[in-house]
Design a protein around this ligand. Structure first.
Ligand code: NDP
Length: 487
């Protein structure tokens, strides 16, 4: 299999290579086969990308919003037209099943482009009446924004960051994760074909040091990062020390609470989607499944029965519903947590091992895993595993489960399944999480602000909220009377 792109980077409207950069092997997670070899950006390329972005941004910002929107709308059409190709690249690069990527990744980027093209012409400041005088505000772009992506949803990450940034009049330099670097290059091609002026969306490859160099460079004004909490703390710390803006979309250990009056079949589906979709590599996953003791055994039985039907296999087979993990390192990490769960006394209901995958023995496979008898202080209930490992915790009453759900440094997401509507809203209001669902889980439409509280992040992606984070307010006081002076 060969997915070698024309070159590693896309800068100032064209593919660029510099073989002096550190080699990045791009691997098909289902087999371990190397499918492309890229090079990390050298300091010279980082400089080139930032300069191209800075040079292009001012003219772009000066366009009427409807003109910028027209280009985003063309990009939307092109993303949809290339949906299947993007899905195949995404599945090969990340190992996520085609049964997901065909319907989610390009689609969510297309919707982001559609949304921001639609709303940007109506995104304005306000007029403030001050008696004889008045003031108005302008929503001005920040300049050159840095996007840094995680490896699980690389195309979506690039699209969710660039669509609002560009709509608001910024330029972007995007660094994908070195684990899944390919699809952001397709987005760069699409923007170019849609008529986006050169330099406004650049892709540079590399590891953390490239991300850091982009953030600390004097030409960058903001960083939007999707990644783990430790990386987020480092990057926001750096941005803060330079007084730059930062949006951090970080990890979680989110609670999914199933009350005794829950619609059971939907709760089972929710719990499965919240733990096994994308082989468990979703930041918002509801990995702490709190189940009311009265329905605990019944729910676990159904979850296990359904989880056994998960079709693990080649992600490029459209019948497959779960692919491998992203990397050997991630597989080892997940296996370590499973061993830890057993040591800590949790009960392994199913999974826990590496499935036998004939012909794909070099892949980073893992079985869907369910633990019961999990208690709050176990590490499998406290730390983000980022794999298909569900922890089920029993609870007895509402106040208790709210306190336990909130007893974590994270605050990305939370879900509640119940048919009791007052209870649903009462409980959600008390949960410390940025993204909440009632009677569903893990849906993230672009119209809804997305992001975390506590250690799970700062700022929001999607919706109108993202535009606020890619702009700054200029206030203008307009006098229509004489100046009052004490001198
Ligand atoms: P990491 O934190 O390891 O990396 C995130 C990105 O930051 C990568 O591109 C990485 O480069 C880069 N990076 C690492 N160090 C630095 C640095 N010092 N300065 C600048 N950039 C740096 O996360 P993963 O890629 O492993 O992704 C998994 C994590 O992402 C999970 O914790 C998950 O919960 C979270 N996530 C959050 C989401 C959200 O929206 N809240 C959505 C999806 C995932 P490199 O690839 O070289 O490490």
């Amino acid at each position: 299999m060969n997915l070698q792109p024309k070159a590693s980077h896309f800068i100032n409207g064209e593919y660029v290579e510099d073989t002096a950069g550190r080699v990045i092997d791009v691997v098909y997670p289902a087999t371990g086969e190397v499918i492309a070899k890229l090079h990390a950006a050298t300091p010279a390329l980082i400089e080139k990308a930032l300069n191209a972005a800075a040079a292009a941004q001012k003219e772009w910002a000066a366009l009427r919003p409807v003109e910028r929107a027209r280009i985003l709308r063309r990009a939307h059409d092109l993303v949809r037209a290339r949906n299947d190709e993007i899905a195949r690249v995404e599945s090969t690069d990340t190992g996520r099943a085609l049964s997901e990527t065909l319907y989610v990744d390009a689609v969510s980027v297309a919707e982001a482009l559609e949304f921001y093209a639609g709303v940007i012409p109506a995104y304005n400041g306000e007029t403030i009446s001050l008696g004889n005088a008045f003031a108005y505000t302008r929503r001005e772009p920040l300049g050159v924004c840095i996007g840094i992506g995680a490896w699980n949803y690389p195309f979506q990450g690039a699209g969710w960051k660039s669509a609002p940034a560009l709509a608001a009049g910024n330029a972007m330099v995007f660094k994908p994760s070195e684990n899944s670097p390919l699809s952001a290059l397709i987005l760069a091609e699409i923007y170019k074909e849609a008529g986006l002026p050169d330099g406004l969306f650049n892709v540079v490859q590399g590891h953390g040091d490239v991300g850091q160099a982009l953030v600390e460079h004097p030409l960058s004004a903001k960083v939007s990062l999707t990644g783990s909490v430790p990386t987020g703390k480092k990057v926001l710390g750096l941005a803060g020390s330079l007084m730059k803006h930062g949006t951090m979309e970080l990890g979680g250990k989110s609670p999914l609470i199933i009350f005794e009056d829950a619609p059971l079949e939907n709760a089972v589906r929710g719990a499965l989607m919240a733990n096994f979709y994308s082989t468990g590599q979703v930041c918002t996953n509801g990995t702490r499944v709190f189940v009311h003791r009265s329905i605990h055994d019944q729910l676990v039985e159904k979850v296990v029965e359904r989880a056994r039907e998960i079709r693990i296999g080649d992600p490029l087979d459209p019948e497959v519903t779960m692919g491998p993990l992203i990397s050997k390192a991630q597989q080892e990490k997940v296996l370590n947590y499973i061993a830890l769960g057993k040591e800590e006394g949790a009960k392994l209901e199913m999974g826990g091992g590496i499935p036998a995958m004939q012909g794909m023995e070099g892949g980073f496979w893992i079985e869907p895993t369910v633990f019961t008898n999990v208690t709050d202080n176990m590490r499998i209930a406290r730390e983000e595993i980022f794999g298909p490992v569900m922890s089920v915790l029993a609870f007895d009453d509402e106040e208790e489960v709210i306190a336990r759900a909130n007893d974590t440094e994270f605050g990305l997401a939370a879900g509640v399944f119940t048919n009791n509507l007052p209870r649903a809203h009462r409980v959600i209001a008390k949960l410390q999480a940025g993204m909440c669902w009632i009677n569903n889980y893990n849906l993230a439409p672009v119209e809804v602000p997305f992001g975390g509280v506590k250690s799970s992040g700062v700022g929001r992606e999607c919706a109108m909220a993202a535009l606020d984070h890619y702009t700054q307010i200029k206030s203008v006081y307009v006098e229509s009377d004489d100046v009052v002076s004490v001198f």
